[in-house]
Design a protein around this ligand. Structure first.
Ligand code: 1HN
Length: 345
């Protein structure tokens, strides 16, 4: 590619005129916004060990009462995007949230989509649009765009979960806002009860239409059982992975971010091809080495890391005897909508 002119090459009076009139010459900026063959990425491979996060989070529990925070969260920020921008990747926000026994995080709703992946503790619930969801380790709970949600803890030990939101994307698009609400009335039944068996869904005879988000809680014991049975049924299959989907449509559970659970067989090394979306890996069970570009992380249980798009990622289960289980979040649904999803091998 030939060298383009630089801004400094232009006479100062001409540059001053342009700036005064809100005009910019494209040439000097063209390569920056359209680099050759591979996009420029600010997303730096970053590891957030739980061992260094837990003490800080518990300290936040002492320092910050709920009424001062609304949500008590330490954000997992990617230094490549600037810590204060609170991004793990261009479209993903990650935070670790602590709820102490007796606490209540009041109801609100907002345009960004959220999910919670429960990391530890029992006895907390999230109520989403009137559906009260128990929070158990490894469960995935959705808070889709616009739905009321509040968290409550009636148990005895601290509860911690990982929040994943498409907040950076919504904020970038200038569509991010929240509305505060009242304590919700809890309705009957739960999506994870009526959609409890794969391939079998309720018949909507008398309902006005299907709900956009029929299932809000995806219990870990179901996802884990699905992975174990997939691994047993397909012993030659390298990638033992399931996608969290809307059981009525079979499509991704949310509009912009995709969610998955992956099992690595004992001792397995799995090379994931380079694809356009950034990814987040969170260890639910076991210890997993993650290699991307020149970076190497060992994910211990409850650790989280992120990887930029367009790079292959190699995962290795450190145990020779036990399977390992990862929760993965990525930007695939967004890339498909944008028409830019790519697998490069
Ligand atoms: C939010 O509503 C929650 O409801 C957690 O628990 C984290 C981060 C940014 C914006 C909204 C919650 C959030 C959030």
């Amino acid at each position: 590619m030939h060298e383009l002119g630089r801004l400094e090459d232009l006479p100062q009076d001409y540059r001053d005129d342009l700036a005064r009139l809100n005009r910019v010459p494209l040439g000097p900026n063209l390569r920056a916004v359209l680099p050759p063959k591979v996009p420029s990425r600010n997303t730096r491979p970053t590891h957030w060990p739980y061992a260094t996060l837990k003490p800080l989070l518990m300290r936040a529990g002492e320092l910050t009462p709920m009424h001062k925070a609304e949500r008590r969260v330490l954000v997992l920020a990617n230094p490549g995007h600037g810590l204060e921008n609170m991004k793990a990747s261009p479209a993903m926000y990650l935070g670790m949230q602590l709820l102490l026994p007796g606490e209540w995080a009041p109801a609100h709703r907002h345009t960004p989509n959220a999910v919670r992946m429960i990391v530890e503790g029992r006895g907390a619930t999230t109520t989403v649009n009137g559906e009260k969801c128990p929070m158990e380790r490894g469960d995935l709970i959705l808070t889709p765009t616009g739905q009321w949600h509040e968290h409550e803890h009636t148990g005895t030990d601290p509860v911690v979960w990982l929040d994943v939101l498409d907040l950076p994307l919504m904020y970038y698009a200038e569509v991010s806002y929240a509305v505060e609400g009242q304590r919700q009335d809890v309705g009957q039944g739960r999506g994870d009860e009526v959609y409890a068996r794969g391939g079998i869904v309720p018949t909507p005879y008398f309902e006005r239409g299907r709900a956009d988000y029929p299932m809000l809680r995806y219990p870990w014991q179901e996802a884990r059982a699905a992975l174990v049975s997939l691994a047993q049924s397909q012993p030659d299959q390298a990638c033992v992975q399931v996608t969290y989907v809307n059981p009525d449509t079979g499509r991704d559970v949310q509009n912009n971010l995709g969610y998955y659970a992956l099992m690595l067989r004992p001792g397995q090394t799995l090379r994931l091809p380079a694809r356009s979306p950034s990814q987040v890996f969170h260890a639910i069970e076991g210890q997993v080495d993650v290699a991307v570009t020149e970076h190497r992380f060992t994910l211990a249980e409850a650790d989280t890391c992120c990887t930029p798009g367009y790079e292959a990622v190699t995962l290795n289960n450190r145990s020779a005897t036990e399977p390992a289980f990862l929760f993965i979040a990525d930007e695939s649904p967004l890339h498909h909508k944008l028409g830019v999803y790519e697998v490069r091998g």
